[in-house]
Write a protein that binds this ligand. Structure first.
Ligand code: FAD
Ligand code: NAD
Length: 463
């Protein structure tokens, strides 16, 4: 029987990073992964392929819609070779998943190929092999969830996994769910020529985001041509010929209507994945949402078994899983590890991007803070203006009494890159004045963050 200091179950961004870090600390590590390639949801069917298509579709749209003509660049007659675009995406995925295999070999992490299943609290079966480990880290991630009564059929009614692999641009794509996946993949197929309708049951798209930012984001997407049907639910989907007939109802009740769609994408969230793990043999419980609850040291109710990433509570984001993986591995190796759940940035990679960290204004006020808010539009930022990408704004929320930054919300072409500075400021407990007094290079989009911070005290320069 193989014995290890640490067995990691799942090689997504949480699991593979934890396995490598533990091996760096000198532990004997194995990682069980049932997929044919490493990297989990993120590298295989999530972050990476979606960003590859977002990037490529943006380039196509720029060329096709003549967006570069104002710079004197004529690209009349631009054409789409979707098969080539998909091949390039697959290449990026292959290079990155192969890269993890290389890193496993380099760090002497043993990949146990197959599905893992607990035999006891210290023994796990992976296919025919039973291994024993002093520490076990569950990083099995998540899978798509479906609205009650609606299920994918793999042909017309799809999850994100199939919607990333379409071989033809649909005439009409109906997306159920106005969250991350719906808006990113909706944007991809819209740029490539599809009519896209996004059906969201809540009154706003990205309803968990700052309300002002969500409203501005909706305005921008509508201007681009996405059809957003908020406060609306999908009551039924019926296959009809090559497509589907979708019944919509106001979320508050009322008369139904029907729409014809070529493809329906179900994107209403994901659920933790623990199927087949036989958690009961390890004595591990899940909560009402199917998640494995952990303490600040990532311990489950069985202390030598830890869990991280999408299978645990909190935002389902790759970098959250990664940071938890690093911290858990450090703790298992006898060092210090910590993740601050209050400072986890999130980015929607549309154009413009939407990036957020910390509290929304409503959350800050509900938590009892009197807040001061500074805003700065990219319309007044010299670099955004030079690049002719002026959509969006930066919003800084600070505590009125202490000036400590509570949240930063950005819509802008490079918002995803800019949010790292805001996250770092928050981790260091910065005030808005700290950001305002930091010298920012000119001309950069980041100056809009400095200006928004100056605006907290009513002292922006360029507006
Ligand atoms: P996962 O990545 O889900 O990995 C878990 C792994 O465990 C899987 O490979 C699975 O095969 C394996 N596994 C499960 N059960 C077993 C078992 N019993 N035995 C062996 N192996 C098992 N997040 C971002 O931060 N940025 C993005 O841009 C982004 N884009 C996304 C786009 C899409 C379309 C989707 C679907 C998700 C996206 N996400 C993004 C979310 C991100 O993919 C997840 O938050 C992240 O992958 C979670 O990492 P994880 O390690 O917890 O789990
Ligand atoms: P999500 O939670 O982001 O959005 C789901 C949306 O569907 C919500 O707005 C919700 O109100 C709505 N909804 C729920 N039930 C509905 C129904 N019956 N009808 C209509 N609308 C309904 O989930 P997602 O977009 O499926 O993404 C899943 C997870 O993957 C997210 O939690 C996200 O963290 C992660 N993800 C992240 C990124 C990124 O970081 N850029 C990209 C894609 C996915």
């Amino acid at each position: 029987m193989g014995t290890y200091d640490l067995l990691v179950i799942g090689a997504g961004p949480g699991g593979y990073v934890a396995a490598i870090r533990a091996a760096q600390h000198g532990l004997k590590v194995a990682c069980a992964e049932k997929r044919a390639t490493l990297g989990g949801t993120c590298l295989n069917v999530g972050c990476i392929p979606s960003k590859a298509l977002l990037h490529a579709s943006e380039r196509y749209h720029e060329a096709k819609a003549g967006l570069l003509s104002k710079f004197g660049i004529g690209l009349a007659g631009a054409t789409l070779d979707l098969a080539a675009m998909q091949r390039e995406k697959a290449k990026a995925v292959k290079e990155l998943t192969g890269g993890i295999e290389f890193l496993f070999a380099k760090n002497r992490v043993t990949w146990l190929k197959g599905a893992a299943r607990f035999e006891s609290p210290t023994e796990v079966r992976v296919e025919e092999e039973v291994v024993r480990a002093d520490h076990i880290l569950i990083a099995t991630g998540s899978e798509p969830a479906f609205p009650p009564g609606l299920a994918p059929d793999g042909e017309v009614v799809l999850t994100s996994t199939e919607a990333l692999d379409l071989e033809r641009v649909p005439g009409h794509l109906l997306v159920v769910g106005g969250g991350y996946i719906g808006l990113e993949l909706g944007s991809v197929w819209h740029r490539l020529g599809a009519r896209v309708t996004v059906v969201e049951s809540m009154p706003s798209i990205v309803p968990q985001m700052d309300a002002e930012i969500a409203a501005e984001f909706a305005k921008i997407l509508k201007k681009q041509g996405l059809i957003l049907r908020t406060s609306t639910r999908v009551a039924g989907i019926e296959r009809r010929g090559e497509g589907a007939r979708v019944t919509l109802e106001p979320a508050a009740g009322g008369p139904a209507e029907t729409l014809e769609a070529d493809i329906v994408l179900l994107a209403v969230g994901r659920r933790p994945l623990t199927d087949g793990l036989a958690l009961e043999k390890a004595g591990i419980a899940t909560n009402a949402r199917g998640q494995i609850e952990v303490d600040l040291k990532f311990r489950t109710n069985v202390p030598h078994i830890r869990a991280i990433g999408d299978v645990t509570p909190g935002p389902m984001l790759a970098h959250k899983a990664e940071d938890e993986g690093l911290a858990a591995a450090d703790i298992i190796a006898g060092r210090t590890g910590h993740v601050d759940p209050a400072v986890i940035p999130a980015v929607v990679y549309t154009m413009p991007e939407v990036a957020t960290v910390g509290l929304t204004q409503a959350e800050a006020e509900a938590a009892g803070h009197a807040v001061t808010v500074g805003r700065f539009p990219f319309l007044a930022n010299s670099r955004a203006k030079t690049n002719r990408e002026t959509a969006g704004l930066v919003k800084v929320i600070a505590d009125a009494a202490t000036d400590r930054v509570l949240g930063v919300h950005i819509i802008g072409s490079v918002a995803g890159t800019m949010i790292a500075q805001a996250a770092q400021a928050m981790v260091f407990g910065a005030s808005s004045e700290d950001i305002a007094l930091t010298c920012h290079a000119h001309p950069t989009h980041s100056e809009a963050l400095k200006e928004a911070a100056m605006a907290v005290r009513g002292l922006p320069i360029h507006i």
